[in-house]
Design a protein around this ligand. Structure first.
Ligand SMILES: *[C@@H]1O[C@H](CO)[C@@H](O)[C@H](O)[C@H]1NC(C)=O
Ligand SMILES: *[C@@H]1O[C@H](CO)[C@@H](O)[C@H](O)[C@H]1NC(C)=O
Length: 376
């Protein structure tokens, strides 16, 4: 156990050291005399006085932000494809090779719609950090595929842009389900195959961190659609993995839990401030557990699986969200990963490989997701 704890602290140390380095570099990064940094989220994002936004990789985190190009020959039983839809969004499709082989003889399978994290401001579905979790997940689950949306990023595209994009992906599913001829020629064979194997009456939303908030927000948007708008697409469930719920007043877990590889207090404050609509703060239906719940009081929501982690800075508001939703009569199953595991620990593929506790908790998390999907 002591050794395992060391592995985790070591990665945290690398990240913290990187953040210090990134700050030191900042002073020399300005080339134009008139261009100054007006906002900075250490290691991740810089905004300049001329309005340009620069997205960075904290030194030491390169392995996580490395782009994994799509591939057509199965690796670990999965192929990966980037598709431009005619709904104004690009998506990454993880396709289990098994589904291809057995498709004609087997029942149709559910579809996962993935909404990535990054505080609404950073990260891409093509990054290794997502690929290394979601590609194996596509093979592990009995699904037709996992579709991950290239979400518009703030501050250029503040909320509700990402909610619109998530909803656009549902409309794309609807188009694919309803018609044979709505997608671009470049991917038509692929999409036709997806169409044949997918059960669009069993679409599950899944999201990490701020993507977890989007699971709630996109489900709410779909719940407000006029009846039949999405038909035959139906939301069968939502999986919120360590969602980014937070209030203006810091919760106890924010004050007491240590910062981790993927979440520091500065990121909660600054990324959410840049991601929320202008003039809106964390005490809003986008991030407050209570106000998010209140906003869907009269909206039909699918059953939800809420996963939290004991050492996540946002553990308390996450659990509060589950309680508030349940109190409001919504179906929510809350599962907390116990022990020294923090925000989106399952995405840290180094720790999953080297740390027994992280490996165990990740296996349990995947099992919990699998059971939830099989049951809905
Ligand atoms: C910098 O600002 C000054 C004064 O506004 C202006 O005259 C000059 O052209 C600017 N230089 C650049 C490189 O934009
Ligand atoms: C991880 O799971 C294995 C197998 O169930 C168990 O033997 C081991 O004690 C667990 N380790 C930790 C750190 O949880």
């Amino acid at each position: 156990m002591a050794e395992m704890g060391f592995e985790r602290s070591w990665y945290s140390f690398v990240l913290l050291a990187s953040l210090v380095l990134a700050t030191a570099e900042l002073a020399t990064a300005q080339t134009s005399p008139n261009r100054t940094v007006v906002e900075e989220v250490t290691g991740w994002l810089r905004i300049y006085s001329d309005g340009t936004v620069e997205r960075l990789t904290p030194p030491g985190a390169e392995a996580f932000t490395a782009i994994v190009p799509p591939y057509k020959n199965p690796r670990g039983g999965v192929t990966v494809h980037d598709i431009t839809t005619d709904r104004g969004i690009d998506v990454r499709l993880y396709l289990p090779a098994a589904a291809a082989a057995k498709a004609p003889h087997r029942r149709r399978r559910p579809v996962l719609l993935h909404l990535h994290g990054g505080g609404f401001c950073v990260t891409r579905p093509s990054w290794a950090i997502y690929h290394n979790f979601y590609a194996p997940l596509a093979a592990e689950l009995d699904v037709a595929g996992i579709v991950s949306v290239y979400l518009p990023l703030a501050p250029e595209h503040r909320l509700p842009a990402a909610i619109d994009a998530g909803h656009a992906a549902l409309l794309w599913f609807r188009d694919v389900a309803r018609s044979r001829n709505v997608y671009g020629a470049a991917h038509s064979a692929l999409v036709r195959h997806f169409r044949r194997t997918a059960d669009f009456s069993r679409v599950f939303l899944i999201g990490d961190s701020s993507g977890g908030n989007l699971v709630h927000l996109v489900a709410a948007r779909a719940g407000e659609d006029k009846p039949g708008v999405l038909h035959p697409v139906r939301l069968a469930g939502g999986v919120l993995l360590h969602p980014g719920f937070a209030r203006e007043q810091k919760s106890r877990s924010e004050l007491e839990n240590p910062p981790s590889m993927f979440l520091a207090p500065e990121m909660i404050e600054k990324l959410l401030a840049l991601g929320l609509p202008m003039g809106v703060n964390r005490d809003s239906p986008y991030t407050s557990p209570e106000l998010a719940t209140k906003a869907v009081a009269h909206v039909r929501m699918p059953p939800l699986l809420l996963m939290a982690a004991e050492k996540d800075l946002l553990h308390d508001p996450q659990v509060d969200y589950g309680k508030a939703m349940e109190h409001a009569g919504k179906k929510v199953t809350t599962v907390v990963s116990r022990g020294d595991v923090a925000h989106v620990f399952y995405l840290n593929f180094f720790a999953v490989k080297t740390d027994q506790l992280t490996a165990n908790r990740t296996k349990e998390l995947v099992h919990t997701i699998k059971c939830f999907i099989d049951q809905h």
